[in-house]
Write a protein that binds this ligand. Sequence first.
Ligand SMILES: Nc1ncnc2c1ncn2[C@@H]1O[C@H](COP(=O)(O)OP(=O)(O)OP(=O)(O)O)[C@@H](O)[C@H]1O
Length: 481
Amino acid sequence: MSTEAPAAEASTAVPDPAPAPAPAEEPVSSLEKAQVDGAGEVQEGSPLTESEAIVEVKLADLQADPDNPLFSAKSFEELNLSEELLKGIHQMNFRKPSKIQEKALPLLLINPPTNMIAQSQSGTGKTAAFSLNILSRVDLSIVAPQAVVLAPSRELARQILGVIETMGQFMKGLVTMAAIPDPNKRNQAYKAHVLVGTPGTVMDMLRRRYIDPRNMKVLVLDEADNMLDQQGLGDQCSRVKALLPNDMQTVLFSATFPPKVIQYAQRFAPAANVLTLKHEELTIEGIKQLYIDIDKDNDKYSTLLKFYGLMTQASSIIFVRTRATAQELERRMVAEGHKVAQLSGALDGPERDRIIDQFRSGEAKVLITTNVLARGIDVQSVTMVINYDIPSDMHGNADPETYLHRIGRTGRFGRVGVALSFVHDRRSWQQLNEIANYFKTDLHNIDTSDWDAVEEMIQKIIRSSRAGKSTKEMTDMITSG
Ligand SMILES: Nc1ncnc2c1ncn2[C@@H]1O[C@H](COP(=O)(O)OP(=O)(O)OP(=O)(O)O)[C@@H](O)[C@H]1O
């Protein structure tokens, strides 16, 4: 009986089916399956080719601005990385480290290894920071697990695995494996240097001795606040840690560390170097945050349809609260001839893999999903995020952290994006206000009296690059729409 924690989504629908006993994956590259953004692969025929080129050029400006989270004073060459890793980074088209990479890496690479708790805005390259540490510490002559990364969803685990494989492609003999639920593969030893998985599967595999803990050196929790704060996931992470050697380097990364979690995080990773940010510093300037005031709940759907044309210009994600809403929206939109895909924890693993891969490849441009994909998913072509339901907790209180992670699916590493939130009643209005106050950020109302103007304004944002533009200039651009 597997113990995978339920996905972080409101479950008015069926609970997660109990996944089959955890499965080992073939130790083959999952690169064919997982797109790895930043790997320098040309997206042939992609409508984004032009804007990708603009981002390349403008990135240099952003990385030269000390106030920008992408800024760095150093080069990758100065960060004490091996030749193989520098080649991997070069292959991924990374020119300069971001602030978090520049700050975290020297501390992570110090010997004896030190724990770390690190926070940095969404889309600023945290994955590369912890992956470079792992790959620097792996001894290739021992083919046994030496590092394990835990992530809250199978999609994120597969994505991180893809990044590690691309980054480590010049390390001869490197073997990596995913530890995520897969009913077709079971009772198989994890003979790999690096594992990336979901906490329940990793826990099961350690308990059943398919993962040998004896050579383990590094434990990473990505989206650590979420993993430690969620009841099921938190327990599983603690159990994994208890089954690993005591002297593991424990590394916790996230864009958000609410105060109530940080103390627990410090117990989980004792004596850690801590890099944190104020919540006012967390919003990304390149994400234009808009909201639309809808009179009646019933009009939400017809309002959504008005944005369909904009949604399909590049890629978009529509976030809803429950699986049932996700399914319902998909059904209605498909019935009306729109091309949309839907992913929630109600689907089985292979189906989820198929859908996220379709979305990454651009085959599906509009994805309807729940909070299960709110965190970590990196698809550079996402220019629009729609909060069809404002993120809230089980008591109906605003959930600013989830809002930040959701909107952070766009505006990745210097790109521009639009985040549009639907407000339809007093409660959703209060929730959005709370979120705006929490981050001390301005949200702009969309004037629905002239849809052509709305469309033109959003088009302008999607096409523009924020490089060199101050917040004020960007704000003027929106308000002058
Ligand atoms: N130094 C760099 N130069 C250029 N691109 C980079 C660099 N570091 C990372 N990237 C790219 O930036 C994107 C975002 O990186 P990543 O997914 O690691 O962000 P993150 O900080 O983990 O975000 P989130 O908080 O949403 O999980 C990826 O496409 C990655 O390839």
